[in-house]
Design a protein around this ligand. Structure first.
Ligand SMILES: [Zn+2]
Length: 427
């Protein structure tokens, strides 16, 4: 099984690589970087990547795959199909399945389902507390042994500082990062969108930026005290980004991710009451979006993660107040990154690869991923920066179609996704 990706422009930030190179893959691993006129060994399949960017496979640190328990919304197989169609070779599913992924048996089950599907790699995230109810720590060591790469009570953040401190100490013993959905529910509960001018106009109950910021500051202080690595999920407010920036300057072990919807849309998108603009954290106001862009530019924000959160159309068709939080995101992320970040001159292509691949691999300590150096896993994302395409919910590989980006047109997108040396997706 030999594959040569020829004539492409190879970007690998870890290796300071940003020029034309051919990539030779054998038995699922990268075996050589060749010059573009060097010939490949015999019986090598050739993928012509002329005019394309060849990048280490993208890694999504934050998805919801709904299996076990809510297979009407998504399965591990359908979620992985959406992942590879969006250029993601690896995805990290949150533990809010039913039952919650708070033990080794569920972690193992998720990995087995992913192997069975044979699409993207799946690195599960275990729960911090049993049933994510904030009361008793989950068996982190056993979940890690089964393949979990981090812990989180995403969506149901640990409410109590004492419990969070113990969780950080425990996770650190096992070398696991703690992923933090920052939301003080005593400030946000009952809210359905960002608290501000638009929520007042629409008469919808708001979730203040403060709810995210209070929790982010608390957990940064706890990380300083415990030495834990915390990774702040879907950072969305100016104050939270400033807190991360200060913490990094102080040498505290904190990283953070942003979602494409938070760098693309503001709360004014809620004006039509489209429930596909309802997610947690909510779309924020212009001031927060500007802070996100600044955080991407200056490196405060480490990664782009989708928070892909599929919901069935029947559930999303409730009125705004009652509809569930979350949107799908795997297939639109790279198009949105081109539209909002690359074409607006915020970042260049090597930086995009860093945000989607090199940095995520480092954050979750995924060895030999996030790079294409010789010996690494042959997970490759191939991008055509000139391709014009339109995203349509109807064509989505996800079982759910709850994206606000239906019909959006993009320039720049994923043309092929290679996992362990196999071309799994090709546009
Ligand atoms: Zn979350």
């Amino acid at each position: 099984m030999k594959l040569l990706i020829s004539n492409g422009h190879l970007i690998d930030p870890n290796e300071n690589q940003n020029s034309g190179k051919n990539l030779l893959i054998e038995d699922g691993k990268v075996t050589a970087w060749l010059g573009q006129n060097e010939s490949a060994p015999e019986d090598t399949e050739v993928f012509d990547a002329s005019g394309m960017i060849v990048a280490p496979g993208f890694i999504d640190l934050h998805v919801h795959l709904r299996e076990p328990g809510q297979e009407h919304k998504e399965t591990i197989a359908s979620g992985c199909a959406a992942a590879v169609a969006g250029g993601w070779t690896s995805v990290c599913p949150m533990p809010n399945t039913n039952p919650i992924n708070d033990n080794a048996a569920i972690t193992r089950y998720m990995i087995e389902q992913a192997e069975h599907a044979g699409l993207a790699n799946v690195f599960p995230i275990g729960a911090i507390t049993k049933s994510s109810d904030g009361k008793e720590l989950a068996e982190m060591g056993e979940m890690k042994a089964a393949g979990a790469v981090a812990v989180s009570d995403d969506g149901r953040p640990v409410p109590n500082a004492g419990m969070m401190r113990r969780a950080m100490e425990y996770a650190t013993d096992f070398g696991l990062p703690v992923i933090d959905h920052c939301e003080d529910k005593s400030l946000s509960s009952g809210g359905v969108m960002h608290e501000g001018r638009v929520s007042l106009l629409l008469g919808l109950k708001g979730m203040p930026a403060l709810a995210e910021e209070v929790d982010a500051v608390r957990d940064i202080l706890l990380a300083k005290e415990t030495g834990a690595h915390i990774h702040i999920a879907h950072v969305s407010t100016k104050g939270a980004i400033e807190a991360v920036r200060r913490a990094k300057n102080e040498g505290i072990n904190v990283t953070c991710e942003v979602t494409p919807h938070h760098f693309t849309l503001t709360d004014s998108a809620v004006e039509g009451y489209d429930t596909n603009t309802k997610m947690s954290p909510p779309l924020r106001s212009e001031k927060h979006l500007e802070a996100i862009i600044e955080g991407i530019k200056d490196g405060t924000i480490d990664a782009i993660a989708t928070d892909h959160a599929p919901h069935h159309a029947d559930e999303k068709s409730f009125e705004y107040d009652r509809a569930p939080f979350g949107i799908t995101g795997l297939e639109t992320a790279i198009g949105l990154a081109f539209k909002e970040l690359i074409h607006k001159g915020i970042i260049d292509l090597p930086k995009l690869v860093e945000l989607c691949s090199a940095n995520p691999a480092k954050i979750f300590k995924l060895q030999n991923r996030g790079t294409l150096k010789v010996g690494s896993f042959a997970d490759v994302t191939i991008i055509d920066p000139e391709m014009n395409w339109t995203y349509r919910n109807a064509d989505s590989k996800s079982k759910s179609k709850n994206s606000p980006f239906d019909g959006w047109e993009f320039t720049g997108g994923v043309v092929a996704t290679i996992v362990s040396g196999k071309i799994i997706f090709r546009r």
